[in-house]
Each structure stands twice: as C-alpha cells, then as structure tokens.
Design a protein around this ligand. Structure first.
Ligand code: NI
Ligand code: MN
Length: 225
C-alpha cells in the first residue's frame, strides 16, 4: 500500500490497482488551493470520516468526476446519494468487504454537521485491512478515547493515521497515548498546520513520540508499506 498526503486529513491510498481517497479538502485548504487541482484526482472510492467542510469540501466534485463510490456513515451516504452519487452507507462497528479490503467504521469523539446544517450523523474513523495485507487505522477527527483500545483486539495495525493539531482534535500528548492504546508504533500525523488554531512544532512533536516513529509528510509526498 502506498499512502500519499495531500494536506489536512486528505490522503490517497493505493492498494493494488485501486485508489481510495480519504476526506478530500483541497480547494479550500490554504496550503493546497493554489498548487493542487481536484480534476487531477483519479480515484475509485472516497471515504469520509465525518461531514465537516474540512473533510468533505471536494467530495461531491471528485466523486462525480470519477464516478467514485462514497463510503461513510448512513447520514452522510444519504446526503450524497440525493446528489446522484453512488454510495455505500455504514455505521459504527460495522464491517464490509470491498474489493480493496475489509473496512470497519469505528468510533470517534467529535461532531459531524454539514456546512449547510444537514445532519452528518455521528463521526467515525476507519480500520482497513487491505488486500495487500496491510492494516491501517484512520482516526478522523477525534479526542483520545478508550475505544481505541478495542482496535488491537481484532487488528494488528501496521500504521495509525492520527490527528495531532490539537484544539479541534487531540493534540500530540494525547496522540502519544493513543499510539499506546492502539499498540502501534508507526504513526502518520495529520490535521495540523492548516490554519492558525492547529499549527504545531514538528521537532517537538517527533521528540514527544520518542522511540516511536512519527511521520509528518510534506504535501504530495508518500510512504510505502
Ligand atoms: Ni471535524
Ligand atoms: Mn477537521
């Protein structure tokens, strides 16, 4: 699996020949709006953790460009189905085997309304067991929660994608504890530096993770598992 970071919580997972986009926020991100074009995104699926604009802004356009399937909680799926997009609704605790792997929608502590006030259900994260035998947890926006301890009971994670920017989500200190709860020492940090509330000191963040491996990717860069 190859993971490419496009700022904030936006990632593209390349799993065999299948391309899975997470939480597209490109045209409104001050760090990407002038350099990345949403028409350049070629994807098969779009996974949305919750309805907030900084996770869903470009989902409709990219889904329509690619005839991609949106996977999210029931309320978010219905919101996009009404716009004519193919969707796959899930809810917390549920698994589904997609052609790229098994996806479980798991708990997050956050909120989830759409910018227009529509009901975005309850926020979540995704645990994906890919067909190329890599296990990834994408936390979405969340506080540190004891529910994270449930994940290693069923899944030996290869990587956890955790928000570290604080203010709207957990910050670095809680993310370090989350990595303990998840029993995962390979962390990709997301949801930082996009706007003033969530700017972080990269060096300090890496030092706090001590002997664990915190990766902070420059925008457009990838890691391969
Ligand atoms: Ni949010
Ligand atoms: Mn957010």
């Amino acid at each position: 699996m190859k993971i490419t970071y496009y700022g904030h919580n936006t990632l593209v997972l390349e799993i065999a020949t299948i391309r899975v986009l997470i939480d597209p926020f490109i045209s409104g991100n001050p760090l990407t709006k002038d350099t990345l074009k949403i028409d350049d995104f070629k994807v098969d699926y779009i996974l949305l953790t919750h309805a907030h604009q900084d996770h869903t802004l470009d989902a409709e356009a990219i889904a329509k460009n690619n005839n991609a399937t949106i996977v999210s909680n029931y309320e978010i799926a219905m919101y996009y189905q009404e716009k004519g997009i193919t969707v796959h609704p899930m809810n917390h605790g549920g698994n589904w085997k997609f052609d790229f792997g098994n996806v479980k929608y798991v708990n997050a502590i956050h909120t989830s309304s759409f910018p227009d006030g529509s009901n975005g259900g309850q926020p979540g994260g995704f645990v994906i067991q890919t067909i190329d035998h890599k296990n990834i947890y994408i936390a979405g926006d969340t506080a540190l929660t004891m529910d994270m301890k449930l994940i290693p009971l069923t899944t030996r994670l290869d990587i956890a994608v955790l928000p570290i920017g604080d203010n709207f989500t957990m910050g670095i200190d809680d993310a370090v504890i989350a990595s303990d709860f998840l029993e995962c020492d390979t962390i990709l940090g997301v949801h930082y530096d996009t706007f003033g509330y969530i700017e972080i000191d990269h060096q300090e963040a890496k030092e706090k993770f001590k002997n664990k491996n915190l990766t902070l990717l420059p925008i457009g860069h990838s890691i391969e598992l």
